[in-house]
Design a protein around this ligand. Sequence first.
Ligand SMILES: Cc1ncc(COP(=O)(O)O)c(C=O)c1O
Length: 363
Amino acid sequence: MARQYNFAAGPAALPEPVLRRAQAELLDYRDEGASAMEISHRGKAFIEIAERSERNLRALLSIPDDYAVLFLQGGATVQQALLPLNLAAPGQAVDYVVTGHWGATAVKEAQPSADVAVIANSKTADGQYCDIVPYAEWAPREGTAYLHYTPNETIHGIEFLDEPDLPDQVVVADMSSTLLSRPIDVRRYGVIYAGAQKNIGPSGLVVVIVRRDLLERAGQPRAPIFHWKRHADTGSMLNTPPTLAWYLAGLVFEWALEQGGVAALAKVNANKAADLYAAIDGSGGFYRNSVAPRARSWMNVPFLLHDPALESAFLTGADQAGLRALKGHRAVGGMRASIYNAVPAEAVAALIAYMKDFQQRHG
Ligand SMILES: Cc1ncc(COP(=O)(O)O)c(C=O)c1O
């Protein structure tokens, strides 16, 4: 079978040129006589991979020097548990804004280690999420260690389309499904973290961008391996990093730079999303997206068919048309098209053509 257009939410599509390059380098990475995943993380070749990838990520996001960049194991959820341990004193208050599943998960992960308050929540009476809570409506408490939110909710397809301006807060942002999709101003955040398996690379890696002064916080008693500062001081080599994932992330960063950087990717992303939402809205109710227009995600587009009985025919036909992984998350149902950086405009065009054709046949 040929490669299909891949709308998976994560692990998600990787750029084909990255996979081809990894394939070409698989057996012998640059005359090492072994692949990038078979060499020591402390050897010269891998240190070069690590340094180059950090340099390129810094260039892509204009990360200032007073921010450390960590490449760690364990995914975004582990970081959700480590946030209060690294940033909050025992029992200190921390604020959370919840606009979907992952914000709620972050609350659960923090609760054992901090006095957590949800200061804004967009959950509706029937348990759904279909909007953000605008920054102006947040009411942070006094004396908190930080304020956490999720700029893009991967499952519900809800995104803050602008950035917070809260200079008095240490804003912590779970950017797992939005990092690298559009330009950001890193200075607005104390901590940005992102599981890699959307716009960065394969799973198994999480990137943490943290303002260096926050690394000086005592946090709470914890095992050495859970100290961000120790990871920062050792170049993320306190223990063995996920070398293959890190190497592939490095290739993705090079690819992103070749595309013209994040600003250029954002233009393509904005157009892809606009085209897909227009197709949904223009279907006369055959397809429906119930997210408020001011909060519609560029990266994850959930949509329902007017008749749920058509869902399995839709998915079977999509697969036959070379369009994979469109089934929505069980919490929301219906379909979801994740249209990350590595999903080309042609893939979205093919999806739209298929949706129109399906509607004609079943409308
Ligand atoms: C926004 C967001 N946060 C957190 C997670 C959890 O990430 P992980 O599976 O890497 O722990 C995900 C997973 O897809 C996500 O989309």
